[in-house]
Design a protein around this ligand. Structure first.
Ligand SMILES: [Zn+2]
Length: 189
């Protein structure tokens, strides 16, 4: 899964409508799993500042994604802030040789928290630049709001999981709504 998608969906809402929410950035197990790849460069950085940085980035990305997904204009200040995040952690290139051939490595010049935040931001920018931004969607279930990348052929997916989860739930709700309306008609109200 993409780093940016994982971060956005760490702000979890109960799709069944209980109103329950869980900010997974606050959950130690989630945070540990998510930040494992930066473990070395984050040595000495406090967990609370990691959480703060992740949440700030999540707010920024969510602001952009919500607007993109609903066809609204993204204000320039948000794009500028995204570029600021990238600029705070420059990278250098290095050619790596192996028996299998060559690889061009991108090496962070700066380590630490700025590098982590920039890498997550870059994963989002890569989706914008190399995939199709109009496939980025927010689940239509207002209780859910899960963010996903619509891989369907005709880009018609509206819910985070079509077969189970919200897709099924919304189907049941539509069915119940129809039945209620039909029985209201039958009873002449
Ligand atoms: Zn959903």
């Amino acid at each position: 899964m993409d780093l940016w998608l994982d971060l956005l969906n760490s702000d979890w809402h109960d799709y069944r409508g209980s109103g329950r929410r869980e900010d997974r950035v606050q959950v130690p197990e989630w945070l540990h799993r998510y930040t494992t790849r930066w473990k070395q460069s984050l040595t000495g950085v406090s967990e609370s500042s990691i959480r703060t940085e992740l949440k700030d980035l999540r707010i920024l990305l969510r602001g952009i994604v919500d607007r993109l997904a609903s066809g609204r204009r993204v204000p320039r200040r948000l794009w500028d802030r995204l570029n600021d995040v990238l600029a705070a952690a420059p990278i250098s290139r290095r050619l790596v040789r192996s028996p299998g051939g060559f690889a061009l490595d991108l090496v962070p010049v700066q380590r630490g928290i700025a590098g982590m935040v920039a890498e997550i931001a870059a994963s989002f920018c890569r989706t914008l630049a190399e995939s199709e931004p109009d496939r980025i969607k927010v689940c239509d279930n207002p209780d859910c709001l899960w963010v996903f990348y619509d891989q369907s052929k005709n880009r018609s997916r509206r819910w985070c999981e079509s077969a189970t989860g919200c897709g099924l739930l919304m189907k049941v709700r539509r069915f119940r709504g129809r039945r209620k309306r039909a029985s209201a008609r039958r009873h002449g109200s």
